[in-house]
Design a protein around this ligand. Sequence first.
Ligand code: PEP
Ligand code: MG
Length: 322
Amino acid sequence: QKAEWAKLVNESTVSKDGHHVELAANIGTPNDLKGVAANGGEGVGLYRTEFLYMGREQLPTEEEQFEAYKAVLEGMNGKPVVVRTLDIGGDKELPYLELPKEMNPFLGFRAIRLCLEEQGIFRTQLRALLRASTFGNLKIMFPMIATLDEFRSAKAILEEEKQKLISEGQKVADQIELGIMVEIPSTAVLADQFAKEVDFFSVGTNDLIQYTMAADRMNQRVSYLYQPYSPSILRLVKMVIDAAHAEGKWAGMCGEMAGDETAIPILLGLGLDEFSMSATSILKARSLIKNLNKSDMKNLADEVLNMQTTSQVVDAVNAAIK
Ligand code: PEP
Ligand code: MG
């Protein structure tokens, strides 16, 4: 089987009935690019930049960040690279920031919430990204967006930094797509409104499932509630994809669910445009999608959206892909 998959490295990902989807990779550092190439990644769908900030004594400088972003953009040779701005907090702490302890870190001061408050940190990262933007196909994505106001504030700060750089005579790419992670239920529910203002969505199912089911993604005792195939989660995902398409935008997914063999047939049927996963899952996913008819998977998706339980959904997928 591995040998069969290896033949697909240089192929694009097309369903049996001719529909293309993009299979991208999640990365944490420029070193991960070797794995992306070896596994035929069509892009980077999630670059988790927080690793630049972790395991050290102080914040990374603009220059250090610029070098890392440039290396990733150049390494991908013009293929799309979605860089997520700093998502710290929750389970990821930065000792040198000395933030107060919180009762519920996953519901607390993290990601875009922190960046909109600690604007120095945010602006440094945005400047590094904007300066790197001429070295490839950069798309910028904000994490943990809960309201349109947050998105608008973050976008306004990005615009300010862009204008500053331009007035300093620095080069910045003309077109940089700007998107958001959909990982908070409020944003999935309001996706039709967000879709008017963002260029793309990427569904972060790791957090979306935790927040929808009110079940801590790290807590074993409640892990039975962590149900990617729950019709409730699938309906939220559908809302996001439909909202994007209604405005001519694209929708991706960068949570673990995007590389899951049981979820992929449903996601293909729902019309997901981009699947971002760990590089080592890409060839297997490509092989699976090549053997599926998108039109059949659309029927499967319609069916499972009206089911009552996760186990019914799993049974229906297994029956459909036999
Ligand atoms: C997610 O929440 O699905 C996601 C991709 O982000 P992280 O796992 O880094 O929270
Ligand atoms: Mg997340």
